[in-house]
Structures are given as structure tokens and as C-alpha cells.
Design a protein around this ligand. Structure first.
Ligand code: HMG
Ligand code: MG
Length: 284
């Protein structure tokens, strides 16, 4: 029997949020509609964050209104606070994500809040999501390295993962935000994290700055993780993480997983077309 691994496509959000050139809503919709035909069950399409902080994501409501929703696909949005949650609900996002950091430096830069302050905001969002029956995913950024604080302690990641679990996150995605994670340290981090949340509820979210994202995928696979975030064309980065390159490219990850014997359920041809299109958006 072939083992299954899932790619959670985050290109329309994590891939595009860092682009300096404003991409039209119509182009974002076209990219998502293409991805909707590729076999993904989850696609992150919007961010209901402050438009002053991330101007590229200001049209989240229009994007969600413009896409052709495919049966069986969950369209996800990031929500940093109650205002963002309200926006995501109004736009009919199928699921939301709260996004915390394991390091104080990045928490401050990305959310203008300490980890504890951000957790208090997320607790309100989590409470509302639970009351509304809205599925909520959690992210932890800087799981091995922070652009401001240096190396992250595994115990710090495990603590944030536990807090997100307590808030009701159905899955927690572990972000190597700046793509500097070394496989050995990634493994140590996972060893600590699985004490708090089993591998079946974890996802790997690896930016590929150092070209080692696929090695880190292998480390996570060996620990039992079967969900990985990726962006078509390898686009992206985080505007508040200096030096961060894009997410691992979906097309490379898909080929890698297949080569490792995992079934992804994805159509490689459509993904290749979407990757080409995504690259044209970057080039303008
Ligand atoms: P703040 O400035 O401390 O908050 O930002 P504020 O409450 O003072 O709000 C500032 C302004 O934004 C106000 O407007 C608010 O109304 C407005 P003004 O009065 O100045 O006109 N505002 C909003 N507008 C729309 N939607 C909202 C919203 N909230 C406030 N939801 C805040 C705090 C959290 C808002 C800000 O820091 C923020 O938006 N941060 C998000 C940054 C971001 O999106 N980063 C990228 C995503 S995270 C990532 O990429 C990592 C990940 O991929 C995993 C990984 O790789 O590790 C997930
Ligand atoms: Mg990211």
C-alpha cells in the first residue's frame, strides 16, 4: 500500500504576500482557480491582516468572492486578531489560521506583540472559532532560527505548540520562516514537539533559503509528519523576516514525495502550469 502525504498549497498567501509589485485580484483569482483543479484539499488564499503591514493581502475579501470554489477544497485565511477573524468569516473562508512565533524577536516584528500578548489575541479568535464551528489551524514561526534572536530552543517551540493545541488548533504547522534550519536541529525540535502533539497533527512549513528544505522534509517524514506546506513556483518569503526566501516549491516537493513512494493525489501537469503562471506574476 502506498503511504499518503499531503501538500497544503500556500502560494496564493505566503507566496504572494512578499511581492513588492501589486498583483491584481484577477491574477490571484486565476492562480487559485488553477490550483483548485490540481487536487489540493487545502489552499491558503488570503490574509486578513492590517493592510498597512501587508498591502499585497489587502484584497482578501475580493479574492475569496472571486474564486470558483471546487468541491472538497478548503480555502484558508490567516487571522491575527478578532478584526481579521471577522473579515475571514464575512468572506466565507472555510478555515482560519492563527500564527504565533517561538521567538520574541520575530513576534514583535511580525505582530507588534510579545508571544504572550499574541497568545491572548489568538485565544479570543480561538474562542470565536470554536463557537462558530470554524476549523482553525495554528502556525509556529522560527522553529529553529529567528532573524533577530538567533537559534531557537526546541522547548520554546514545544511550549507554543502546546498552547495552540489547548486553543483547539486541529493541526500545527512548524515554520522554518527564514529557511536556515539545519536537519539535525530540525530533528531535535521535532523530538521536543511530538511530546506535545503527535506527528499526525503536525505540518512542516519550510522556506528554502539555504536549499535544504527537502532534507528537512525527509527529517520530518522520518518523525511521522505527513503534511507539508509549499508554494507553486517557490514564491514567497515573509515581509517581516529579513532575508527569507520562498517556501519550498510545490512542484519540487511533489516530485520528491512521489520519489520517496508517497501518494500526493496531485496533478503534476497542472501544478507545473500554475508554477509558470505564478512566476509570471512575480516578473510582472
Ligand atoms: P498593530 O499596529 O500593533 O495593531 O498591528 P493596531 O491594532 O494598532 O492596528 C493598526 C492598524 O491596522 C489600525 O488601523 C487597525 O484598525 C488596523 P488605523 O487605525 O491605523 O487606520 N488593523 C487591521 N486592519 C485590517 N485587518 C486586521 C487589522 N488589525 C488591525 N485584522 C497587527 C498588529 C497584528 C494588526 C499587525 O502586526 C499585522 O497585521 N501583522 C501581520 C503581519 C503578517 O501578515 N505577516 C505575514 C504573515 S506571517 C508569515 O508569513 C509566517 C508564516 O508563513 C509561517 C512561517 O513561515 O513561519 C505563517
Ligand atoms: Mg511562511
Amino acid at each position: 500500500m502506498t503511504d499518503r502525504a499531503e501538500i497544503f498549497e500556500v502560494g496564493p498567501r505566503d507566496g504572494l504576500q512578499n511581492e513588492a509589485r501589486m498583483i491584481s485580484t484577477a491574477d490571484k483569482v486565476a492562480l487559485i482557480d488553477m490550483l483548485s483543479r490540481a487536487g489540493f484539499t487545502r489552499i491558503e488564499v488570503a490574509s486578513f491582516v492590517s493592510p498597512k503591514w501587508v498591502p499585497q493581502m489587502a484584497d482578501g475579501a475580493q479574492v475569496l468572492a472571486g474564486i470558483t470554489r471546487a468541491e472538497g477544497v478548503s480555502y484558508a485565511a490567516l487571522t491575527p486578531n478578532m478584526r481579521g477573524y471577522g473579515g475571514a468569516v464575512a468572506a466565507k473562508a472555510d478555515e482560519i489560521a492563527i500564527f504565533a512565533s517561538a521567538s520574541e524577536g520575530f513576534s514583535k516584528a511580525n505582530l507588534n506583540a510579545t508571544i504572550d500578548e499574541s497568545m491572548a489575541r489568538f485565544a479570543d479568535v480561538a474562542k470565536a472559532a470554536k463557537a462558530d464551528g470554524m476549523r482553525m489551524r495554528g502556525y509556529v514561526s522560527c522553529v529553529t532560527d529567528c532573524p533577530f534572536d538567533g537559534e531557537t530552543e526546541p522547548g520554546d517551540v514545544a511550549r507554543v505548540v502546546a498552547a495552540l493545541r489547548e486553543m483547539g488548533a486541529y493541526e500545527v504547522s512548524l515554520g522554518d520562516t527564514i529557511g536556515r534550519g539545519l536537519p539535525e536541529r530540525m530533528d531535535k525540535m521535532l523530538e521536543a514537539v511530538v511530546q506535545e502533539l503527535p506527528a499526525e497533527k503536525l505540518a512542516g512549513h519550510f522556506h528554502d533559503t539555504s536549499g535544504r528544505a527537502l532534507e528537512n522534509v525527509d527529517v520530518a517524514l522520518a518523525r511521522g509528519v505527513r503534511v507539508f506546506d509549499a508554494a507553486v513556483g517557490g514564491l514567497g518569503g515573509c515581509p517581516y523576516a529579513p532575508g527569507a526566501a520562498g517556501n519550498v516549491a510545490t512542484e519540487r516537493l511533489e516530485a520528491h514525495l512521489r520519489q520517496r513512494g508517497f501518494e500526493t493525489g496531485l496533478n503534476a501537469e497542472i501544478i507545473a502550469q500554475a508554477a509558470d503562471f505564478a512566476r509570471t506574476l512575480r516578473e510582472g
